[in-house]
Design a protein. Structure first.
Length: 369
């Protein structure tokens, strides 16, 4: 063997030894790279990082609150309807009702992005009769056309029936990425689009009862009534930005707080109609029936803000390929300028627009798989 070949042999042996030694290390590095993606997830029990999908379902128990929806005034002097005497405003009646939310998301662990879509459905229908103390009367609010009836001085009523219908749908398309991750805290920024659909109807029906001296007018038992109807519809879409925060409390429990703001542009439709059906004669019944109605359309901007805070609990399944999360939270949402009431009068005008609010409890369950 030549001297040159003898010199190359140690280099070949050394290179083979280095390659053999690096093979286990390379496997460890690959495993570490897979494990590293867990640091991009929330500070909660972790499943395997090849489980990027998540599904969420929630039951909501919420209540609507609106502005600019005065229905009547309680007047302490039944003989005076031209100016208030210890008057008390009457608002629409809204109680809690059930709804639901569903959502789905996908997380790209390699780039730390999460894409999600969430849908919210809420529907509420309520009716309520109101009673008065002796000597009081209901007087319709300015949103009704009291000039519609020829006998203006008689527009004080013994009975008032309130009713309303609310249907609200909301779709959120969001993209989010962690801004800060620690063992006990996650802070994630998010942005996307907010799509809103609202339909709201309000009805107030005023009537009187038969007395010894009165058998004409707005007598309910004879078919007479004075009614005011309001309808609001809205659809809008616009950008939104927000954040999600998650604090580790220990024992798989977490406190979270989310906030969002959006600015939607869409079409707002309003309709108001006052209908009067007065009994003119009895027992042979004749009526005087009149209606005043106004409808208006307007494209507008509507800012909105939402927040959600509560407690969550997470647990990784035995297979370590899925994670179950339960949440109980309080939610509050407020949409500006949606209650744009119109006045069904000859001197027509439209209000600048008041707010529509939705608040209540949310119980949700989600699974990552």
């Amino acid at each position: 063997m030549s001297l040159n070949k003898m010199r190359i042999l140690p280099m070949v042996v050394a290179s083979a030894g280095l390659f053999a030694a690096s093979a286990p290390n390379q496997k460890k590095i690959d495993k570490n790279e897979v494990r590293d993606c867990s640091y991009l997830c929330v500070p909660s029990p972790m499943q395997e990082c090849d489980a990027p999908w998540d599904l969420t379902a929630a039951a909501t128990y919420q209540q609507v609150r609106v502005q600019g929806a005065d229905q009547a005034l309680i007047q302490n002097d039944r003989l005076n309807f031209f100016f208030p005497s210890g008057g008390l405003g009457v608002q629409t009646y809204d109680d809690f009702a059930w709804g639901f939310q569903v959502g789905a998301g996908y997380t790209d662990y390699e780039r730390s992005w999460r894409f999600s879509v969430d849908y919210n459905y809420f529907k509420a229908i309520f009716n309520k009769p109101l009673d008065l103390s002796y000597g009081q009367a209901f007087v319709p609010s300015a949103y009704a056309n009291v000039v519609l009836d020829s006998n203006i001085g008689a527009l004080g009523f013994n009975n008032l029936q309130l009713g309303n219908y609310t249907l609200f749908n909301n779709v959120d398309l969001t993209v989010q990425r962690p801004s800060m991750i620690t063992p006990n805290l996650e802070f994630t920024t998010q942005f996307g689009f907010d799509v809103q659909f609202l339909q709201r109807r309000q009805l107030s029906v005023f009537t009187n009862g038969v007395t010894d001296t009165t058998t004409v007018g707005f007598i309910s038992s004879l078919g007479g009534f004075f009614q005011n109807y309001q309808k609001y519809t809205w659809w809008g879409v616009g950008p939104e930005v927000g954040f999600h925060s998650n604090w580790n409390l220990g024992s798989n429990f977490y406190f979270f707080f989310d906030g969002k703001g959006s600015l939607a542009y869409g079409l707002s439709c309003m309709r108001a109609a006052t209908f009067a059906k007065r009994v003119l004669t009895a027992p042979l019944l004749t009526y005087d029936q009149r209606e005043a109605a106004v409808q208006n359309y307007m494209y507008q901007w509507s800012p909105a803000m939402k927040y959600l805070l509560g407690i969550s609990w997470s647990k990784v399944m035995d297979s370590s390929e899925s994670r179950l999360t339960m949440r109980l939270a309080y939610s509050s949402q407020y949409f500006f300028y949606l209650m744009r009431s119109v006045h069904p009068e000859g001197y027509y005008r439209s209000e600048n627009g008041a707010g529509f609010g939705l608040q209540g409890l949310i119980l949700s369950a989600s699974i990552d798989f």
